[in-house]
Ligand binder design. Structure first.
Ligand SMILES: C[S@@+](CC[C@H](N)C(=O)[O-])C[C@H]1O[C@@H](n2cnc3c(N)ncnc32)[C@H](O)[C@@H]1O
Length: 315
């Protein structure tokens, strides 16, 4: 499958706005470690478990995919999809290192209406889909939602962790420079076709496709300076500030003022608010058509079966 031009990844062409270089790979690892408990709790609420087929949409270097693969076990199947070749290669390597033959990854542009169709995914066969911090980067959501609608079996679950209000990112008291930085990040993403408040649009779009909201909750955190979520926020500022600078939309003087403000906030008692992240669990309509045992029998998982093989057309 050929990559779409937008994701050509030639020299100096980042595949997504934060890049897929080693530093971002490492940051995503630290980020996953900090948000892993919330992810696993969401998977449990959605009923993800052994023997299931799950999609990881925008899987990055595969940190969550590997946890999902461990959850479904060797009789299950996890398919990670991402547009960044380096991340897809890293996820493949992670699967190998951990002996997770049930984990496959493919490089596709989830904002392209045609890319995912080239995978020939079995229709209405997947028990679940996990989508975290992807939709916010997509200039169009229809391809992603088409894929979900096509793939989930009746009763299958879509679990989303996406932002609904990114501008809640702040430190209190004060935080003038951080507010400026937050606004610049939002401008940068919007200029690249993203929407850092994408979760506010998803309910109408998913409802229009017949999916039903099973539950939702806020994951906005208010953290003290010593908290893990604050570590996560500072990690992001430390890596993204220089990237904004390299793009010429954040000056050295602004970065210095921000660094000084954050250092000062860390010296006193401060409250750090994360961007407002929300969890939603949606269900594909319709009766489940196959008992679990029949699904497991037709799965052919872990035996080197290609993505589209075996069960295409069984609806
Ligand atoms: C912030 S990372 C999140 C990675 C992973 N979901 C996680 O929670 O650790 C965003 C991911 O979305 C991917 N992405 C961005 N635009 C994409 C697109 N159009 N198609 C597929 N993946 C995309 C990036 O390559 C990156 O891996």
């Amino acid at each position: 499958m050929s990559p779409s031009p937008r994701h050509g990844q030639g020299p100096g062409q980042p595949d997504y706005v934060l890049g897929s270089h080693g530093a971002e790979h490492a940051r995503l690892g630290r980020q996953h470690a900090i948000w892993r408990d919330e992810a696993m709790a969401a998977w449990q609420r959605a009923g993800f478990g052994r023997g299931q087929w799950l999609l990881d949409l925008g899987s990055g270097p595969g940190f969550a995919s590997a946890d999902l693969a461990a959850l479904v076990g060797p009789d299950g199947r996890v398919l990670g999809l991402d547009s960044a070749r380096r991340f897809v290669a890293a996820a493949k390597q992670l699967a190998q290192e951990r002996g997770l033959s049930q984990l496959e990854t493919h490089c596709i542009d989830l904002a392209s209406p045609d890319d995912w169709r080239t995978l020939n995914l079995p229709a209405r066969r997947w028990h679940g889909a996990w989508c975290r911090w992807l939709a916010m980067f997509l200039p169009r959501l229809d391809p992603l939602l088409d894929l979900v609608q096509h793939s989930l079996r009746p009763g299958g679950r879509l679990v989303l962790h996406e932002y609904i209000r990114w501008d809640t990112f702040s430190v209190h008291p004060g935080g003038t420079e951080l507010r400026r930085f937050m606004a610049r990040c939002i401008d940068h993403w919007r200029a690249h076709g993203g929407d850092p408040d994408v979760a506010s649009r998803l309910p109408a779009l998913l409802e229009a496709r017949g999916l039903r909201l099973l539950n939702c909750r806020s994951l906005l955190a208010c953290s003290p300076t010593s908290g893990a979520k604050t570590r996560w926020l500072l990690d992001f500022v430390g890596s993204y500030g220089p990237q904004l600078q390299a793009n010429g939309i954040w000056s050295e003087a602004e970065q210095s003022a921000l660094t000084a403000e954050l250092a000062e906030a860390r010296q006193r008692t401060s409250l750090w608010l994360t961007p407002a992240l929300v969890e939603m669990v949606w269900e594909q309509p319709g009766q489940q058509t196959l008992p679990e045992a029949a699904v497991a029998a037709t799965a052919g998982v872990g035996a080197g079966v290609g993505v589209g093989a075996g069960v295409e057309g069984e609806r």
